[in-house]
Ligand binder design. Structure first.
Ligand code: TXA
Ligand code: MG
Length: 344
């Protein structure tokens, strides 16, 4: 683990910075912080490096990776025909928590990155450490979330260590991450654009920058545009039920029939939780969506590690444009097992 927290403003003075830079150049796997989640980074130009990402994560190799850059000129090597509309959005939203799917040009990157697709996903993160590392390394870095496949994405370096210790070369430890859910993925290979994965940058926000660039705002879960959307994700090992509309009154203890539960939700629902149940707070209140994003994956990991719990309940948030990304992750965490509180 490289703890760079005291050097965030001047990473070049971190005593082991050269080990990190050389590690990437020697095609090693190194986890790095971004503002969304930690990524498991490797040199996107080298097939062995990219292959080892899939192996370390236990990830199916038909699920393509996002290529991380620090400067848009890097795109010239491995993309082509990027539309003017796409450039406008990149200009407005990068560096930041959004990945663009654009036409792929072969020859420069390892083709394993795209899993054989004719498009490639690209992102310029804004996290001060992640961005500076990308600059100093000056390679296109392929990086999926730095979790084992099927586990929640890592929002703390401890999560990365828990999942990947012994399988990777190193972890760059930084301060807590500020977004907490994965980047918005927008498919820019045809116009109007499509949201392939909702994130904190919403379709509404994108349409403010470029009116009518996204018309169909729904993510169709039966027809995933992002291959990764078809895999089961984020699910704890215990059964999970998502309570549509959230808890609004006390859970009747007799309805639990001796089942030990943990409840995940905003702090405002704590009074509704039976005494013997475990409560894991997600946010300050029902409207604190940023807080819910930030704590979601840690909460799912905490719930997963409670071995005396039979069932996890998640108190849902009102569905609207702002909660779309959050509810997308909660839908998946529950395996789409969704009930109203009266049906519990
Ligand atoms: O916030 C994030 O995006 C994080 C950080 C590390 O940047 N990365 C991340 O990567 O979440 P990953 O691999 O866990 O998710 C990438 C998603 C997957 O659903 C994948 O299928 C999709 O992007 N994707 C990648 N390339 C694609 C392409 N060419 N066409 C369609 N979907 C693509
Ligand atoms: Mg992932």
């Amino acid at each position: 683990v490289w703890d760079v927290r005291k050097y965030v403003d001047n990473l070049q003075s971190y005593p082991q910075i050269n080990n990190i830079i050389e590690g990437y150049h020697q095609n090693q796997l190194i986890a790095l912080p971004t503002e969304t989640v930690y990524g498991l980074g490797a040199n996107a130009k080298n097939t062995d490096a990219v292959k080892s990402i899939y192996v370390a994560k236990g990830r199916p190799s038909d699920n393509p990776l996002i290529v991380h850059i620090h400067d848009r000129v890097q795109l010239e090597h491995f993309t082509h025909n990027i539309s003017r509309e796409t450039e406008i959005l990149m200009e407005a939203l990068w560096p930041g928590p959004i990945s663009f799917i654009v036409p792929y040009k072969t020859g420069y990157l390892s083709d394993l990155v795209t899993g054989g697709l004719e498009s490639v996903a690209v992102r310029m993160p804004r996290h001060n450490v992640g961005r500076e590392i990308l600059k100093l390394v000056n390679l296109p870095i392929a990086a999926p979330s730095a979790n084992l496949s099927g586990r929640p994405s890592p929002t703390k370096y401890e999560h990365v260590k828990h999942d990947l210790d012994g399988r990777i070369f190193g972890i760059i430890q930084a301060d807590e991450i500020d977004e907490g859910i994965e980047s918005t993925v927008i498919d820019c290979t045809s116009f109007p654009f499509k949201i392939a994965r909702p994130g904190s940058i919403t379709a509404e926000k994108i349409n403010e920058i470029l009116p009518n660039s996204i018309i169909d705002k729904k993510v169709d879960i039966d027809k995933p545009i992002a291959p990764g959307m078809k895999y089961k994700h984020y699910a704890p090992t215990q059964p999970v039920t998502l309570i549509e509309g959230g808890l609004t009154k006390s859970i009747n203890p007799s309805s639990l029939k001796g089942i030990k539960i943990a409840v995940i939700g905003p702090k405002t629902i704590e009074p509704f939780i039976p005494e013997n149940a475990k409560f894991i707070p997600l946010s300050e209140h029902e409207l604190d969506i940023k807080g819910a994003h930030r704590h979601l994956y840690d909460a799912l990991r905490i719930a997963d590690q409670l071995n005396d719990i039979d069932h996890i309940l998640i108190s849902g948030f009102e569905r609207n444009a702002k909660t779309m990304a959050l509810m997308n992750r909660l839908d998946k965490a529950s395996g789409h097992n969704i009930k109203r509180e009266d049906e519990l």
